[in-house]
Design a protein around this ligand. Structure first.
Ligand SMILES: C[S@@+](CC[C@H](N)C(=O)[O-])C[C@H]1O[C@@H](n2cnc3c(N)ncnc32)[C@H](O)[C@@H]1O
Length: 233
C-alpha cells in the first residue's frame, strides 16, 4: 500500500471499515479507548461550565459525541468526511440536537466564534492539511473555547515498552485488523499514519502557532496515546 492522506482515499477507507470500526477500536486498544474519551470530557468539564455548543470533529461513529452528551447544554455538531461513519453516528446518538454534518475539517461550515468546546478523537492524524484544520478549529471556537485532542502520536523517546508495542502495532495488529475489517490495507494505514505523524511536542507547538494556549498534555499510553487540552487565546 502506498501511504497517502488524500481526502478521497481517507473518506473511502473509513466508509469501508465503518461496520467493524467500533468493535476493532475497543479490541485493539484493550478496551481503553472509551476510558480515554471519558477522561478527556471529564477534564474539559472541570475547565469551564460553558458547554452550550460542542463540536465533535472527525466524529466518525460518535463515541466521543456520546460522552459529550454528559456535559452538553444545547447543541452537538458531529462532523466527518465519511457518510458511512456518520450513518452509525446518527443511529447511535439519537438526540434531537445532534446535528450530523458531512464536511471537511479544512473548511468548516460554521460562523466565527461559534463553539464553546471542540473535541477530536483519533482524527487529527488523518487530516491532509493539518495546519489549515487547526486554524479552522481556532476560527470557529469562541475566545477561551476549549479544544481537546486524543491522538496516537509518534513517541519522541524509544523505550523497551514502546518498541515492543511498535512491533505488535506494525506486524500483528494490521493482520488482525485487516482480517476482521475485511480490508487489505486499512490497518497497515493505521500503523503508517502514526509512524509518520508528529510527536506530541511538535503537535503542541503547532497549536501554539495557530492561536491556542496549551493547558495540559496527558500521557494515556506508553508516550503514544496522549490527550492534549488547549484553549483559544
Ligand atoms: C479514526 S476515526 C475517529 C472517529 C472518532 N472520532 C473516534 O473517536 O473513534 C477518524 C475519522 O476522521 C475522519 N476524517 C479524516 N479526515 C477528515 C477531514 N479532513 N474532515 C473531517 N473528517 C475527517 C474520517 O472520516 C474518520 O471517520
Amino acid at each position: 500500500m502506498k501511504y497517502t492522506k488524500d481526502k478521497k482515499f481517507i473518506g473511502k477507507m473509513f466508509d469501508e471499515i465503518s461496520p467493524t470500526y467500533d468493535k476493532l477500536n475497543h479490541l485493539l486498544s484493550g478496551y481503553q479507548d472509551n476510558r480515554w474519551r471519558k477522561m478527556a470530557v471529564k477534564h474539559l468539564a472541570g475547565l469551564s461550565s460553558d458547554n452550550r455548543k460542542i463540536l465533535d470533529l472527525a466524529s466518525g461513529s460518535g463515541d466521543l459525541g456520546l460522552e459529550f452528551l454528559k456535559l452538553l447544554q444545547d447543541e452537538l455538531y458531529s462532523v466527518d468526511l465519511s457518510e458511512e461513519m456518520l450513518k452509525i453516528n446518527r443511529s447511535k446518538i439519537q438526540f434531537e440536537n445532534n446535528f450530523v454534518i458531512k464536511a471537511d475539517a479544512e473548511g468548516l461550515p460554521f460562523k466565527n466564534n461559534y463553539f464553546d468546546v471542540c473535541g477530536i478523537g483519533f482524527g487529527v492524524r488523518n487530516f491532509q492539511n493539518l495546519e489549515t484544520c487547526i486554524k479552522e478549529i481556532n476560527r470557529v471556537l469562541k475566545p477561551g473555547g476549549r479544544f481537546a485532542t486524543i491522538e496516537m502520536f509518534k513517541p519522541h523517546k524509544k523505550t523497551f515498552a514502546n518498541n515492543s508495542f511498535r512491533m505488535y502495532f506494525e506486524k500483528i495488529l494490521p493482520k488482525i485488523g485487516n482480517s476482521i475489517a475485511g480490508s487489505t490495507y486499512a490497518y497497515d494505514y493505521l500503523f503508517q499514519s502514526v509512524n509518520s505523524f508528529l510527536t506530541v511536542k511538535q503537535y503542541t507547538e503547532l497549536l501554539e502557532n495557530c492561536g491556542f494556549r496549551v493547558l495540559k498534555s496527558h500521557n494515556n499510553f506508553l508516550g503514544i496515546v496522549h490527550t492534549v487540552f488547549a484553549q483559544k487565546v
